[in-house]
Design a protein around this ligand. Structure first.
Ligand code: FEO
Ligand code: CA
Ligand code: CA
Length: 755
């Protein structure tokens, strides 16, 4: 989501200060000049030449070029309509929407907020990352089409829970105000909330599993009453899993009054992007979980180390310095503000003050139990596992590199907040196809033992993976946060990444891996004026400008897409080369901003979801934007990608207000209108996120999240003035309130999507 915690910069570490960048830039210039190429010529020299000889001789021979593909549809125009717009020859239908029932024993969704809490039997809200899992006749996962499949999906949020109640959220008996609007007396007034409302809000979060099939009309739909239909929510019991050698230490961070051994926790929240493991399980990534906790002033009784951890993760509001007594904390979602919170820990757990004598007597450690990749086996009803070895941060998504038999697996992960990092987890176990269908047991084999790295992008076009290990003197000797052990490093990975000097990025969102060559792509959705200025750019985040059109935002309001290639194309590489695949921009922007030469047929802003079709090789780009929305709703674009290093070195000249600066970087080959086209535009007030396909590439599933997101701001006292009424306005379900939904897109001639 665009409106939550990522707005805050919680990274006060000194990484990538301008002086350092300048120094390295000077070094790289000297190297170039020494090699006989002057700076003035940089914009014309091929990228790999500009990179010099760094590691060139050890690189694997270049694979034979794949046959060139061509997009087979006409790009569509931008749209502000309240509908899904597609190219000629394509059509969509809704698979399911928020609140659709999973069993026939309850009533169809009213879409009026009238229901009691039935969210364990209904599709959740805020559809996000998702994937399709074919079911083998044995009941295990099949990587190939078997004719039966489940669709597994994250239900990300929400901060805007007003649609779940008859007249919006109530607090202190007042209808129609968002909980967070109740502030006063210099702090947050929690008021009193109704248990019934809070339970609905907790339980529509999490993950849904639904069986899909084709109806008699040939359309994809979900199967009511399938035994595979299932919900994981904010209260589902989870196992805390991690490396054997550190598991006892890990659990000591997780001790709560719910489980005084720290072996289990309750719930998953704010699952944004996702991951699919090669063995056929689902990773639900916990993103903006920090916003759900209430941190009252009495929490100042917590020790300095705990408070330092919390402030780095945003559990404490920006006004809390981490040392002050009496500071007011973040308001949370109001889930602890029910009358019974003192006796019913389903509610009391969200208040993370140190109310008891020890951690075993209260919920001070509850925030330590969130911020992970949660592994779920979609085809069994087993206990999900929180994979601590993959680090704790604002997980956006977890994408596996191309698996190679006999080699470790690599998972690439973004931490989506301003100025945060890109991480990689490398398994100790080597990949065996015998583990396909192995479920959570296979997950225990691959996702508990391994190394966690963070990315540093150098100005030379090369990069390094820096291991987050307690044996690293930079971590062991780090003073802003004093680590106790390796468990502490994993649980406070943001601090560890600060310690080793990772590169601050413009909000890493999804990653995706090109199946043709293993290149890894990451969206940098945007960054704000306060956090990206001409003097704080780096080569991998090179733009800081003011968009003089429309929303007139500054920083890097339109975002970009970074990609990198591991040295030797191996999962265990500790170095890589990188370039910038695309820069988002308005097509009418100055050439210094519109560096990728986008046209009216493919200009976009704030890339977020990112995914490669295995069937077609198309790179699909989804947007979650607030910068270009005066001209268009969010969208889905199709790209035919090249490869890392197919472009050139450039110098970006930045102008942000009266500040100016220049930054050298590397850009991929221009795609032009032939290789980058707008494919879909979404309804009003929605973001486009989550995408997957059938194995034959003839159907793609796309999520439309929070249509009408701005409805609450428009409404008064809960009498909504709808920004959107999709999909009810197009004949799916009750009219009135907008609903997040999954759509399936097919071609009217039955062909593959996009080519
Ligand atoms: Fe949930 Fe980073 O978008
Ligand atoms: Ca986003
Ligand atoms: Ca996202």
């Amino acid at each position: 989501m665009s409106h939550q915690n990522p707005e805050e910069n919680l990274n006060e570490s000194p990484n990538e200060h301008f002086d350092d960048v300048l120094q390295r830039a000077a070094m790289s210039r000297r190297n170039l000049i020494r090699g006989g190429v002057g700076l003035a010529a940089m914009s014309t020299i091929p990228f790999m030449a500009a990179c010099g000889g760094g590691g060139g001789s050890s690189a694997a021979p270049a694979p034979a070029p794949a046959p060139e593909k061509a997009l087979g549809f006409s790009a569509i125009d931008k749209s502000l309509l309240d509908d899904v717009i597609l190219p000629a020859g394509y059509t969509y239908s809704v698979v399911h929407a928020t609140g659709d029932r999973l069993v026939s024993g309850i009533q169809p969704y009213s879409n009026t907020g009238a229901e009691a809490d039935e969210w364990n039997m209904r599709v959740g809200d805020h559809h996000d990352g998702m994937d399709l899992y074919y079911i083998h006749p044995s009941g295990k996962y099949s990587p190939t089409d078997t004719g039966r499949a489940v669709l597994v999906m994250n239900h990300e949020s929400s901060a805007d829970a007003h649609f779940f109640h008859p007249h919006g959220q109530t607090t202190n008996g007042v209808n129609g105000k968002k909980f967070s609007q109740f502030s006063g007396n210099g702090g947050w007034d929690l008021g009193i909330r109704l248990e019934s409302e809070v339970l609905k809000e907790i339980n529509h979060h999490g993950v849904s599993v639904v069986e899909l099939g084709k109806g008699s009309n040939g359309r994809w739909e979900y199967r009511l009453d399938s035994l595979y239909n299932r919900r994981v929510n904010g209260q589902t019991v989870m196992r805390i899993a991690g490396p054997d050698a550190h598991l006892a230490d890990i659990r000591s961070f997780m001790v709560t009054a719910y489980d005084t051994t720290g072996a289990s926790s309750r719930g998953t929240l704010n699952n944004c992007g996702h991951g699919k493991t090669p063995w056929g399980t689902y990773l639900a990534c916990e993103e903006n979980w920090a916003t759900y906790f209430f941190m009252p002033s009495t929490a100042a009784a917590l020790d300095t180390k705990t408070r330092t951890s919390r402030s780095r993760y945003g559990v404490i509001s920006a006004g809390f310095t981490g040392t002050g007594v009496g500071s007011q904390g973040a308001p949370g979602q109001g889930w602890s503000a029910v009358a019974s919170a003192g006796t019913d820990n389903r509610f009391g757990r969200w208040n993370v003050s140190a109310a008891g004598a020890t951690a075993a007597a209260d919920f001070r450690n509850e925030p330590n139990t969130f911020g992970f990749n949660v592994e779920i086996d979609p085809l069994t009803n087993g206990t999900p596992a929180k994979r601590v070895a993959m680090g704790r941060f604002a997980h956006e998504a977890a994408v596996c590199g191309l698996p190679v038999v006999g080699q470790p697996l690599a998972f690439y992960m973004g931490c989506d907040s301003r100025n945060e990092y890109i991480y990689k987890f490398v398994s100790t176990a080597v990949w065996s196809e015998a583990d396909i269908g192995g479920g959570i047991a296979a997950g225990d084999k691959y996702l508990n033992e391994g190394k966690l790295y963070v990315a540093k992008f150098n100005d030379t076009g090369a990069g390094e993976w820096l291991e987050l290990s307690f044996s690293n003197p930079l971590i062991r000797g780090y003073t802003p946060y004093v680590f106790a052990n390796q468990a502490d490093v994993l649980i406070n990975a943001r601090h560890a990444a600060d310690a080793v000097g990772a590169t601050k990025m413009d909000r890493p969102e999804w990653g995706a891996v090109n199946p043709a060559n293993g290149d890894i792509y990451f969206t940098m959705t945007n960054n704000s004026a306060a956090n990206r200025t001409p003097s704080t750019t780096n080569a991998a985040n090179p733009r800081a400008y003011t968009d003089l059109d429309g929303r007139r935002q500054s920083g890097n309001p339109n975002g970009h897409i970074v990609r990198f290639k591991e040295t030797g194309t191996t999962s265990t590489a500790t170095s890589f080369t990188w370039d910038i695949f695309l820069f988002g921009a308005e097509s009418t922007a100055d050439a210094a901003i519109n560096l990728s030469g986008l046209s009216a047929k493919n200009d976009f802003s704030s890339p977020d979801g990112l995914w490669f079709s295995k069937a077609t090789g198309i790179c699909w780009i989804q947007t979650d934007d607030g910068a270009y929305t005066d001209m268009t709703n969010c969208m889905l674009l199709a790209a035919i990608p090249g490869a890392v290093g197919d472009g050139r070195a450039i110098t970006v000249n930045n102008t942000q207000g009266s500040a100016t600066g220049s930054q050298n970087t590397f850009i991929g080959a221009a795609l032009g209108d032939a290789k980058l086209r707008r494919f879909m535009v979404a309804p009003k007030g929605s973001e486009v996120t989550g995408i997957t396909e059938t194995a034959d590439g003839r159907a793609i599933f796309v999520n439309i999240q929070h249509p009408g997101e701005n409805t609450a701001a428009i409404g008064t006292n809960a009498d909504f003035t709808y920004e959107s009424q999709w999909p009810g306005n197009k004949g799916y379900g009750p009219t009135g309130r907008p609903r997040s939904a999954t759509i399936v897109i097919t071609r009217t001639d039955g062909g593959v999507i996009g080519l």
